[in-house]
Design a protein around this ligand. Structure first.
Ligand code: FES
Length: 348
């Protein structure tokens, strides 16, 4: 685990062409989100977007830097530039910036004093679970916990990021939904003849939600040689880290544990980049590609629904959609988002 630049001053200015209502954007900006896979970020700058803010991400002598993808000289994107001696170079007029964002060179006037106002906006950056995390305005780190990731008894898999043309709220609610398995996931793990959802409990712990769901729905892949003992009760524990992350722990036979961290990173109000680190303490011999293939299949099955839902935004008004007892977690999730101060952009 590597922590870097966590003391940078965040910026609170609303982005141009913001797709969120201003009130929601300011609330969402207080949280941390993954923006890229760590393995994809090297010396070459990478352009990404979070909450409608264009960001550039690169390494300066191995240290991750996340900054606004904007040179204040003439507005060129630094993601089209390059890194030299640990400094990012703007592709338009060659200004150079160090990893604190200060301009260190203006090639057109090499002997002139550089104004301290000529600075990039730099955001905090943390590398964790194989991902680069940042926040636009958080005052402290609030990255969700994934206990197995640093445990030598567990094997880790990072599924490639997956883009969804839908809102982070709808994606998250789909991840928490236990009554769609028998309808949406019949080609990956679920049984179309096992649609029944037994009663289950949801509780609130501070700003987190915890749901414990027991059922006979197997988590083994369709066609797998693995079989749970007759009548085995599968426990799925969901822990929600608001606004858009949740950890699912699936308890397998023989004390097997699979943990999936679903992180829906809000690129814009209706576009989401899903990051998903997975860790498990069994099946250590299973090739990483098999786990990735299986999970991408599930993502595609879910995205097919999430991208087609109306309204696109998650309605937080509990009267806006009909609910059934199986929706207990999603009802609590909608209430949680309302309590965070969100809602106005989700009710249209
Ligand atoms: Fe970046 Fe001119 S726009 S140096």
């Amino acid at each position: 685990m590597k922590t870097e630049n966590t003391t940078a001053t965040p910026e609170l200015q609303l982005p141009r062409d913001c797709t969120f209502l201003p009130e929601d954007w300011h609330v969402l900006a207080q949280y941390w989100y993954p923006i890229a896979q760590a393995s994809e970020v090297a010396d070459k700058p990478v352009g990404v977007k979070l909450l409608d803010v264009k960001l550039v991400c690169y390494r300066s002598n191995g240290k991750v830097v996340v900054a606004r993808d904007l040179c204040f000289h003439r507005g060129a994107p630094l993601s089209k530039g390059w890194v030299e001696n640990g400094e990012i170079v703007c592709p338009y007029h060659g200004f150079r910036y160090n990893c604190e964002g200060a301009c260190t060179a203006v090639p057109a006037h090499p002997d002139a004093k550089i104004s301290p106002k000529l600075k990039l906006i730099v955001y905090p950056a943390v590398e964790r679970y194989g991902l680069i995390w940042t926040s636009l305005a958080a005052t402290e780190e609030n990255i969700p916990a994934l206990p197995g990731w640093d445990d030598p008894d567990y094997v880790n898999v990072l599924v490639p990021s997956f883009d969804i043309a839908g809102s982070a709220g709808r994606q998250m609610e789909g991840f928490l939904d236990v009554s769609h398995f028998a309808h949406v996931h019949t080609k990956s793990f679920a049984d179309p003849n096992n649609a029944y959802v037994p009663q289950y409990k949801v509780k609130r712990e501070g700003n987190e939600l915890l749901a414990e769901y027991w059922s006979t729905v197997s988590n083994y892949a369709v066609g797998s040689a693995n079989k749970a003992p007759e009548g085995f009760q599968w426990l799925r524990e969901f822990r929600v880290f608001p606004p858009f992350a949740a950890r699912l722990t699936v308890h397998f036979p023989d004390d097997g544990k699979l943990m999936i961290l679903n992180c829906a990173s809000p690129v814009s109000a209706r576009y989401t980049r899903l990051f998903c680190p997975i860790t498990r303490n069994f099946d250590k011999h299973v090739p990483e590609e098999d786990t990735i293939k299986f999970n991408l299949q599930i993502f595609r099955e879910d995205a097919d629904m999430v991208e087609a839902q109306t309204p696109e935004d998650l309605p937080l008004d509990l009267q806006a959609e009909a609910h059934i007892p199986a929706d207990r977690t999603s009802i609590a999730y909608r209430q949680l988002l309302t309590d965070l101060g969100l809602g106005r952009s989700y009710t249209s």
